[in-house]
Design a protein around this ligand. Structure first.
Ligand code: MG
Length: 248
């Protein structure tokens, strides 16, 4: 008896379920596909930890994936799992080149506040060695808005100022689309960048105007699709740690 009741219930469920699909508009399966499957990636335990397919650029132990940007030996120091800028020793760049990527990088401006404006905890992350996402201590420190932390330097200010106080670790999660060039050197499409600073969106798929210039206008000059990432020595002992990247 119970079994018959179960069958009755099942068939009525199937009928009502079938009735909900309006077949007059066609077969819903036509718009469903199963290949290619998205690769499986194991996420880190937290959003800061590298997922399984990331390339670890710096894990706190050594500079093995870095070199001096002008072939000079790296003068930066390793302190408690962080790399610290040694003023005057020059910038550093990745040995590998990168194009479209997702980059996670953590930075800390000096706890001891010295200087003001651009002189406070200044460094920078140059995507492809050319397009600078500014690193600066802008916690109660004013400067030109398109030169503050989270700006594409001398181009585009951040949507908000999401800086933590000096001496605290901060995060940048960056999604970068490289520029494209035609074979004859003309620009095909500009670079774009999305940046989340400390969990807060500061650049939203922003179009980059060209290479970062201290004086004058940005320009695009044809370069390869993969170029090293450069970290700036601007004279301040700003620190970096936990740097990982995913090719996109
Ligand atoms: Mg800078």
């Amino acid at each position: 008896m119970r079994f018959i009741l179960f069958l009755l219930l099942l068939s009525s469920f199937q009928i009502s379920n079938a009735q909900e699909i309006d077949r007059s508009k066609g077969d819903p399966k036509i718009s469903e596909y199963y290949t290619p499957e998205a690769p499986v990636v194991t996420p880190g335990k937290t959003a800061h930890e590298a997922p399984s397919d990331a390339f670890i650029l710096f894990d706190g132990k050594n500079f093995s994936n870095w070199e001096g940007d002008k072939n000079q030996p790296i003068g930066w120091t390793l302190e408690n799992g962080a790399m610290v800028v040694k003023g005057g020793s020059g910038g550093i760049k990745t040995k590998r080149g990168f194009g479209d990527c997702q980059l996670h990088i953590e930075f800390r401006t000096p706890a001891e506040v010295k200087g003001d404006g651009q002189g406070r905890g200044n460094s920078g992350i140059f995507l492809m060695g050319k397009y600078e996402l500014q690193v600066l201590d802008n916690y109660n420190n004013k400067t030109y808005v398109n030169g503050q932390a989270g700006s594409m330097y001398k181009q585009l200010p951040p949507l908000v100022n999401a800086c933590r106080p000096p001496g605290e670790w901060q995060t940048y999660d960056i999604i970068f689309t490289a520029p494209r060039f035609y074979d004859d050197g003309r620009l095909k499409s500009q670079a774009r960048i999305t940046v989340i600073q400390n969990g807060v969106l500061v650049q939203n798929n922003t179009t980059i105007w060209g290479s970062t210039e201290y004086i004058g206008s940005p320009v695009y000059k044809k370069h390869s699709d993969r170029e090293p990432i450069f970290l700036q020595d601007h004279g301040n002992p700003t620190a970096f740690r936990n740097i990982w990247i995913r090719d996109l």
